[in-house]
Design a protein around this ligand. Structure first.
Ligand code: TTP
Length: 222
């Protein structure tokens, strides 16, 4: 029987932790029952012909605020959209942007204190308007493994990414998500976090992905 219940899942994890692979794997399992939002990276690499991702990695002090504002806009477009399908899975969110990337920019002093405050004001405004989150899946990868995968995939924009940067992002993810009691995002209640050990090989992970997808589907029968 049809129901109006919606289940909203965020998929989070360090750069190159395997978020897209996870989403590609569960997409056919859910079929038409889920909308799967991949990250809007193609918009970051082509805004009227400009590759903002490439520019920000090459000249962080010059372009970080500009880039981060655009990331916020593209994330908000996705997250503020009405939930029509029973399930929604999104790669990253306004929240990882806030608690990981904006914090990293502040620590590295790639943005000024005022730019930081402006990004946080936008975050508060936008996140309050987005639908409640039901669950976060944290694809937890050791920074060494994430960095190896990043080097291997050889995305041209990411050539300047250092191991130190991947370590910093790992620490910020851990601080934000490695919480057994869940976390609060945009609603009063705590959002449960499901932690997946991404250091395992893909064959073992696929078995786990399959059981996660089925568990989510069966426990939230629509
Ligand atoms: P990720 O969001 O980590 O995507 P990914 O392609 O690494 O995911 P996976 O391999 O797990 O499927 O980041 C994409 C790139 O964008 C990465 O270089 C980090 C950068 N980025 C920022 O610089 N600022 C941001 O706020 C976000 C969300 C990403």
């Amino acid at each position: 029987m049809a129901s109006s219940k919606k289940y909203n899942v965020l998929v989070e994890g360090n750069i190159a932790s395997g978020k897209s692979t996870f989403l590609d794997y569960i997409r056919p399992i859910f079929g038409k029952r889920a909308i799967i939002n991949n990250e809007p990276i193609s918009q970051w690499t082509n805004l009227n012909g400009r590759n903002l991702l490439k520019e920000v990695y090459r000249y962080p002090a010059k372009f970080s605020f500009q880039f981060q504002t655009f990331v916020q806009l593209t994330m908000a477009r996705i997250q503020l959209a009405e939930l029509n399908e029973p399930f929604r899975f999104s790669e990253r969110s306004l929240f990882s942007e806030r608690f990981v990337f904006i914090e990293a920019l502040k620590i590295l002093q790639h943005i000024t204190p005022t730019e930081y405050d402006i990004l946080l004001e936008w975050f508060s405004f936008l996140s309050e308007k987005s639908p409640p989150v039901d669950e976060i899946i944290y694809l937890r990868t050791s920074p060494n493994v994430a960095f190896e995968r990043l080097v291997e995939r050889n995305r041209q924009e990411e050539q300047p990414v250092t191991k130190d940067y991947v370590n910093l992002l790992h620490t910020l993810h851990e601080h934000w998500l490695n919480q057994s009691c869940g976390i609060r995002v945009n609603s009063a209640r705590h959002v449960p976090i499901r932690i997946v050990d991404q250091n395992k090989g893909l064959n073992r992970l696929k078995v786990e992905y399959y059981s996660i997808a089925n568990e989510i589907m069966n426990e939230n029968v629509i």
